[in-house]
Write a protein that binds this ligand. Structure first.
Ligand SMILES: O=P(O)(O)OC[C@H]1O[C@](O)(COP(=O)(O)O)[C@@H](O)[C@@H]1O
Ligand SMILES: [Mn+2]
Length: 645
């Protein structure tokens, strides 16, 4: 039973029995509709073109709807054009106009076709939900067009009249664009991004913009997102990492054009300090050309080496400051023998591939030179002052978390750290052990503290430093590997030194009972629940499957990242959860000139159609209904007075 004070608050919004019962009827109607379609993506890694295409095309579903609606009525070529118009009205319409193809006839036919598709994709929603998604200025006209009875001659006339007046008033292009957006908006009800929006690909900032304009999205942070968030919070080691990775992939545009990070001081420093060094081990991988700022690869290599060395020094200081991280083995600059040109890691000693270190004092290899310190100061100011980066990071916070339970699914990027024996691995913070769900909740709070705790507060620095641990620490749930062998990749030939060992979670979670144990830990029912992970590329070409543990676990990193497509053999997955089934769309490498429809396979049929009432949202609505019923009872008993209408 709700207290009267709460009901009085509710009464402000619903001041009479009539209004409260009206809302009850609305909410009940919503609950009895089929659930909306959820889309899951992971590991976008800056591949903005491919990702935006998947999003706008609803991973092939819009194309399918067009085929279903017009399959035999309009030619394939026109279907394709219609699809492209729906995905990119802002590009397609001006092109049509420039080519003089935007005739009245074309506009009429196009509006007619778009309305048909719109009817198809909106059929499972309430009229009011669809209306809420329409831009206000066209809501009336779109609503009328969607609901005209095609069999009624008078109504047909009315329908044509509406289209005619749209064209007559020269708003057809805007109206068409609005219909296209509405179709996109209706096909995907919610979007889940299971981490790693950043790094490797060219423009994570453009992906962020797209996500920020999407109607319903949540993000489960990946290790790469965490390192950018750490960088925005002023963590120097994270700043070095994000710069190093961007430069190593020749991604100057995301830094300079996207986030306005001033790289001039770094390029001048690198050109001066490494002028006689070809920096061969640091040549950037060029997968995408920079559009705005082409940097000479020789200079990029020098910048890459300069920032890598600074990173190893800053990380060294971090490891020394935090013995509790247990990362002393990762103190690698001090493990180099500067006379012999070797490095000792664990039991082994390896020859170093590069021994030109003009900024390293062998007696104190972790010490930054004055020039390096000054450079860090300028770079970190650039990160702090980047208005766009700070805005994007605030969005990652407001729409993100380290894990999410949603409609009986458990979503997280990396893993829940485990020991080999299958128990949850614990981490010690402030003398207390945290593991399983408690660990994830604790880390979630600390990630917030890193950004939002006021500067100077006692535990702020701890939280800021922890962002780097989350990026690459052995027990980090978003990283999930024993170590990050960046140093070894640059300086050691022997591939065995490059190996990174996955947390026991990855082997264990292939067993159904382990997934059930994890689901229980997070308070989810074992039946009908799933774990959805990203982070580990699924090597389809080696026979690996994205569906594991008897269907309890989905790993959906299919390699949207170009850098990993030769490893996986495909170009990403989308997991689609509608009211009938869970399906996986398997994508081919993105080619803007081709319409590559993904291979979609149903991986689990629901025992019966899932209704809104069966979802988390439905449960929320049910609670609202029960509150409203109490309000109605309170009105009827005279406990609360109705306000005159
Ligand atoms: O392939 P790259 O870009 O050189 O990066 C390799 C590094 O990336 C990592 O795989 C982490 O990135 P992911 O989260 O995408 O796996 C490290 O474990 C590894 O050292
Ligand atoms: Mn990852």
């Amino acid at each position: 039973m709700r207290d009267v004070a709460y009901l009085k608050l509710l009464a402000r919004e619903f001041p009479s029995v009539k209004e409260a019962t009206g809302e009850i009827v609305n909410l009940m109607a919503i609950c009895s509709l089929p659930k909306g379609t959820e889309y899951f993506f992971s590991d976008l890694h800056g591949e903005y073109e491919a990702f935006i295409h998947l999003l706008r095309s609803s991973s092939g579903i819009i194309r399918e709807k067009i085929k279903e609606t017009f399959g035999y009525v309009i030619p394939e070529e026109e279907q394709l054009q219609l699809a492209n118009l729906i995905y990119y009205p802002e590009r397609h319409l001006p092109r049509m106009m420039n080519q003089g193809r935007c005739t009245e006839d074309w506009q009429r036919i196009t509006i007619y076709r778009l309305v048909q598709i719109c009817r198809e994709v909106s059929s499972k929603y309430t009229r009011s939900k669809v209306r809420k998604k329409m831009p206000k200025e066209y809501a009336y006209a779109i609503d009328e067009l969607l609901h005209v009875d095609g069999n009624d001659e008078n109504k047909k006339l009315y329908y044509n009249e509406i289209i005619h007046s749209i064209i007559d008033n020269s708003i057809a292009d805007k109206f068409i664009a609005a219909l296209c957006r509405l179709i996109q908006n209706l096909t995907i009800d919610n979007l889940h991004i299971i981490g790693d929006i950043f790094d490797r690909g060219p423009r994570a900032d453009i992906i962020m913009q797209e996500l920020m304009s999407f109607h319903d999205v949540d993000i489960q942070w990946g290790n790469h997102d965490i390192s950018w968030m750490g960088a925005a919070a002023g963590n120097l080691a994270c700043i070095c990492n994000v710069l190093r990775i961007a430069i190593s992939y020749n991604s100057f545009d995301v830094l300079e054009d996207g986030y306005g990070i001033n790289l001039r001081p770094l390029s001048m420093f690198a050109a001066r300090v490494y002028q006689d060094d070809p920096c061969e081990r640091f040549m950037p991988k060029i997968l995408d050309e920079n559009v705005y700022d082409a940097v000479d690869p020789g200079l990029a290599a020098r910048m890459h080496k300069a920032i890598a060395i600074i990173q190893f020094k800053v990380e060294g200081a971090m490891i020394m400051r935090h013995p509790e991280y247990g990362m002393e083995e990762r103190l690698l600059l001090p493990a180099v023998n500067y006379e012999k040109g070797t490095v000792s890691i664990g039991e082994k000693t390896y020859p170093m591939l590069d021994m030109n270190f003009p900024t390293i004092d062998p007696r104190n290899p972790l010490e930054l030179t004055r020039g390096e310190k000054e450079l860090l100061r300028v770079l970190s100011a650039s990160f702090r002052h980047s208005e766009v980066l700070q805005r994007h990071v605030r969005f990652l916070y407001s729409h993100g978390e380290i894990y999410k339970c949603c409609n009986s699914n458990l979503l997280y990027h990396g893993c829940i750290p485990m020991k080999k024996d299958g128990s949850f691995e614990a981490l010690l913070f402030g003398g207390r052990e945290y593991k399983g769900k408690e660990l994830m909740d604790y880390l979630n709070r600390q990630v917030h503290n890193a950004y939002f705790m006021p500067d100077g507060q006692q535990h702020k620095q701890e939280a800021v430093d922890l962002m780097w641990y989350l990026w690459c620490g052995a027990k980090s749930p978003v990283f999930g590997k024993d170590k990050m062998t960046t140093f070894e990749h640059y300086f050691i030939e022997d591939k065995t030194a490059h190996r990174e060992t996955m947390n026991p979670y990855y082997k264990l979670s292939e067993k159904e009972e382990v997934c059930c144990q994890i689901l229980k830990e997070f308070g989810l029912p074992v039946d009908g629940s799933h774990i959805i992970n990203g982070h580990v590329p699924v090597k389809l070409k080696d026979g690996e499957k994205p569906v594991k543990a008897g269907g309890k676990l989905f790993v959906i990193d299919g390699g949207l990242s170009k850098a990993y497509q030769s490893t996986t053999g495909i170009a990403g997955y989308t997991l689609i959860y509608n009211s009938h089934h869970l399906a996986l769309a398997e994508h081919m490498p993105f080619d803007p000139k081709k319409d590559s429809t993904p291979r979609v396979s149903v991986v689990e049929k629901m025992p019966r159609r899932i209704m809104v009432a069966d979802t988390d949202k439905g449960r929320e609505l049910m609670e609202q209904i029960s509150d409203l019923k109490e309000l109605v009872a309170a009105y009827r008993e005279g406990l609360i007075k109705e306000r005159a209408q």
